[in-house]
Each structure stands twice: as structure tokens, then as C-alpha cells.
Design a binder for this molecule. Structure first.
Ligand code: TYD
Ligand code: MG
Length: 456
């Protein structure tokens, strides 16, 4: 066995930059007081995967395929975000702010999945706390096994003995191994422990979920350092109070566009079965100026969303944009287009933008609706509540087409909207000329055309 040799290094907790001495400021990412001392054992440890693998290339046709490689989580909205269910042997990182509902969702998952043997590894909450939560949620308890430990070597012993098919690690920040120095919670502890657990899970065909806390600005290094190791990264977002959205930011087994929508209540996280109109609520006539409906396309579904704008004379002498659900730079760009084309004095106004229900919107198709929300707020004009706006805006004020226009029209029609103002995608287009069963599509080339069509 090679001799162990300990070496002290200092590692930036934000970007993992290494130095041989402590520095007040990281020369790589500029963070202050971010260096942590770490003991590195210079000993090559053979991982469990390496022990079993021989260094030989094989032809792709000889690789075994797994029958029934996916199973349901028992939670529809989670299955959707994972790409159609949980992969056997797959590793998933679930990130989110503390208190958003990560432990709750994972406990619900263990109870609702069809898997016979599950293990919940908790380095944070005590078994009593977890039992109380499970009781509150009225979960089936008999197949859930609990391990209150965070030391890798102990965890590995239990895994080898119990061989669960589904494992939750709550959370990665608590994991540590005797192999990697004495300080728990450092990035090397997290990386090493997760790598070992992922390798074990891959060999066994066990699905493993890691919970990772992320602070509001996403600055905590812990979960970030294992993103490249796992197959799927999903993140919890809080929309309005009581509404939670999960999205994948990486998925080796499916698309990253799908959203999962939940409500958080007394029974934990409940999937929203039909979220198409969930974010617009009750529509009243007349709707106030500054409020406009758009149809956004996320993953494979259309969501109707209400964008609200409020413009008031700038308090500080120069214009400011307050918008946390739509990128402020985008709001400024759309305001500039409106100012140029309609001579509105937007640069003398503060602009507040909100999305009802709190959904974060990054899709380009909302730009016409955003423009009309700002336009109607500053002019005091009102739109009828049966109108939906869709389209991307260029700097020159032209309306650009968006993907899946037909699906957006279909959902809007089903939800009772009767007019859609959108891009003119050419006279040959079926979408424009088709009879949409009571919905009229009004094609416009420019923002001027759209304003004319909407306010005449
Ligand atoms: P939790 O799953 O502990 O969050 P995380 O693991 O992400 O830190 O969720 C904690 C919050 O959820 C807490 O504020 C209480 C709330 N909650 C409910 O509203 N309903 C419930 O049924 C449960 C179990 C929790
Ligand atoms: Mg938790």
C-alpha cells in the first residue's frame, strides 16, 4: 500500500481555485475570504468502479442495454422534468434555497415510487423530525429506511448491506470521508463522497438523488462542484407564495425544457394537473391598463401568463427598471423600441414589471405582450380580456415569429380567448389562414401594426 502523505492546500469555496497559501481575495474569481484550508492525502485510492473495470475497449453493439431502465417517481410533474421517470443507476442533483421543499419532495418520492426498498440518508434532520414530517404528509412508511449519518464509509457499509434501489442523500453539504482530510463540508469532501456514491449506484443500478442547498445568489460552492458528475440537475424555484416550480438545467436522459409545477400546502407538494391557465387566475372585464396576456411555450406545454407593467415618473431623475421575473435588460430594450417608435417618454419613467403567479419568463415569445403592457400602462389604454399577444420584437420594431405558434393558438382557443395578435409569418402559412374555431389570428409585421390593430 502506498504511503500516505498529507499536504495542506487552500481552496477557493466559490471557484475551487487552489493556492499553497491563504489569500484574502481569490485571484481567479475575485471573492473575498473564500479560501478554505484543506488536507489533501496524496494517495491514489482505487474507486469501487475502477476495481471492477478492466481497461479494455468494447464495441458499442456488445454493450448491455437495460430492460425497463426507467421507473416512475409516482409524481407526474417530477417524472416530466426528469425526462419521463427515474433512470436506474442515474444520479440526480436537486438544488434550491433552504426551506423551499427539497426534503419534503424527496420524502414524498420515496413513498410514491413503486420501488420496494428505499433509503433516506440524512446528515441534517434527526429521525424524529423526518418521521414527524412523514406522518404529517400521511406517507406510507414501511418501505422507507432511514440512516442518520453523513460519513461516507458508514454510508457505504449500509448501502452494501441493504442494497436499496432508490437512495436520497440529504444533503451533499454534510457528507464527509476520512480519506479526505479532517475538515467536513469542504468542496473536496463533497466531490469525493459524491463520486464514490455515484459509482456505487451505477454498479448497482440504483437511482440516487442528492439534495444541495443553494443560496439566493447561487453562490454556495457545494452543489455546483458536483454538477458535472451527476446525470441530471434539477432546481427548485419559488414562484408566488405556495407555488413551486422545478426545472432541469442538465439532463443526460431527456430535454431540459420541461417545467414541473407544484403547490405547497398542508399535504406537502401537490402537482398542478393542468397548469395552462394556472398563472392567470380569474379574468375580469375590463382588465386594467398595463396588464396583458401572452402564451408561452415551455417544454411540451403552453402556459397562459399575465404580464403587468407600471410606469411612474422617475423618482431619482433617471429611469430605473424593477423586474425580477423578466430580465431587466430585456425590459430596457423593449422600452427603448417603444420610445423610438412611439415617442413615449419612457426614459423619464421608472418601470415596474411583474408576472402574475411569479413565473420566471425567459422565452422570446413574450416580447410583444411585454411591449403592450408597458405601452398601455403609460398611455392608459386598455385591452379587452379575450386577447392574447405572441411574438418576438427586433430592435427595428419588427415582429418575429416564435416556435410552436400553432400549439399556442390551440391552448389560447381552448382557454376561451378569441383573438391572438402575432407575427405575420407569410401569406402561405396555414396558421394564419386556418379557421381556429372561434379564435381570430391577427398577423402583424411591426409593433406599429400591432398597436394599431389593438387600439383602434
Ligand atoms: P423542506 O422540505 O424542509 O425544505 P428544504 O429541505 O428545501 O429546506 O420544507 C420546509 C418548508 O415547507 C417549511 O417552511 C414548511 C413547509 N411545508 C409545508 O408548507 N407543508 C408541508 O406539508 C411540509 C412538510 C412543509
Ligand atoms: Mg431539507
Amino acid at each position: 500500500m502506498p504511503a500516505k502523505k498529507n499536504k495542506t492546500i487552500f481552496k477557493c469555496s466559490s471557484c475551487s481555485h487552489e493556492e499553497t497559501k491563504w489569500l484574502g481575495r481569490c485571484p481567479s474569481c475575485g471573492s473575498w475570504n473564500s479560501f478554505e484550508e484543506e488536507q489533501v492525502t496524496v494517495k491514489k485510492k482505487t474507486t469501487s468502479a475502477e476495481k471492477k473495470k478492466s481497461a479494455e475497449a468494447i464495441n458499442l453493439t456488445e454493450v448491455d442495454t437495460l430492460a425497463d431502465y426507467r421507473f416512475t417517481s409516482g409524481i407526474t410533474e417530477l417524472d416530466r422534468v426528469l425526462g419521463g421517470g427515474i433512470m436506474k443507476g442515474g444520479a440526480v442533483l436537486l438544488g434550491g434555497e433552504p426551506g423551499i421543499g427539497k426534503s419534503t419532495l424527496m420524502l414524498q418520492l420515496l413513498s410514491s415510487s413503486p420501488v420496494a426498498k428505499c433509503l433516506y440518508i440524512s446528515g441534517e434532520e434527526s429521525p424524529t423530525q423526518i418521521r414527524m414530517r412523514a406522518d404529517r404528509l400521511k406517507l406510507k412508511l414501511n418501505k422507507i429506511f432511514l440512516l442518520h449519518d453523513a460519513e461516507l464509509e458508514h454510508i457505504e457499509r449500509v448501502l452494501n448491506k441493504n442494497k436499496p434501489q432508490l437512495v436520497i442523500v440529504d444533503s451533499v453539504q454534510t457528507l464527509f470521508s476520512q480519506e479526505v482530510g479532517l475538515v467536513p463540508g469542504t468542496t473536496s469532501q463533497i466531490k469525493y463522497s459524491c463520486m464514490e456514491l455515484i459509482n456505487w449506484a451505477k454498479l448497482q443500478g440504483t437511482a440516487i438523488f442528492f439534495i444541495g442547498h443553494v443560496t439566493k445568489d447561487g453562490s454556495l460552492a457545494g452543489p455546483k462542484v458536483i454538477e458535472h458528475m451527476v446525470d441530471t440537475v434539477i432546481n427548485f424555484e419559488q414562484a408566488a407564495s405556495g407555488i413551486r416550480i422545478i426545472r432541469a438545467s442538465k439532463n443526460r436522459f431527456g430535454s431540459v425544457d420541461e417545467l414541473g409545477v407544484f403547490t405547497m400546502g398542508g399535504k406537502g407538494l401537490l402537482p398542478v394537473a393542468d397548469p395552462a391557465t394556472f398563472f392567470i387566475g380569474q379574468r375580469r372585464e375590463p382588465i386594467p391598463s398595463g396588464s396583458v396576456i401572452s402564451a408561452v411555450f415551455e417544454g411540451s406545454r403552453t402556459f397562459m401568463v399575465e404580464i403587468q407593467a407600471l410606469t411612474i415618473p422617475a423618482k431619482s431623475g433617471y429611469s430605473r427598471v424593477y423586474s425580477d421575473r423578466i430580465d431587466s435588460a430585456r425590459v430596457s430594450r423593449i422600452s427603448a423600441v417603444l420610445e423610438k417608435h412611439f415617442g413615449l417618454s419612457l426614459s423619464a419613467n421608472d418601470i415596474y414589471i411583474n408576472v402574475a403567479g411569479g413565473m420566471r419568463l425567459s422565452e422570446v415569445g413574450i416580447e410583444l405582450a411585454l411591449a403592450m403592457a408597458i405601452y398601455t400602462s403609460i398611455t392608459g389604454k386598455k385591452l379587452s380580456n379575450n386577447i392574447v399577444l405572441v411574438g418576438e420584437l427586433s430592435l427595428a420594431g419588427e415582429l418575429r415569429t416564435v416556435q410552436h405558434l400553432d400549439k399556442r393558438i390551440k391552448t389560447a382557443r381552448e382557454m376561451g380567448f378569441t383573438v391572438m395578435v402575432g407575427p405575420d409569418i407569410g401569406t402561405k402559412s396555414k396558421v394564419i389562414h386556418k379557421n381556429h374555431d372561434g379564435l381570430t389570428f391577427v398577423p402583424c409585421r411591426t409593433i406599429e401594426d400591432a398597436v394599431l390593430a389593438l387600439t383602434q
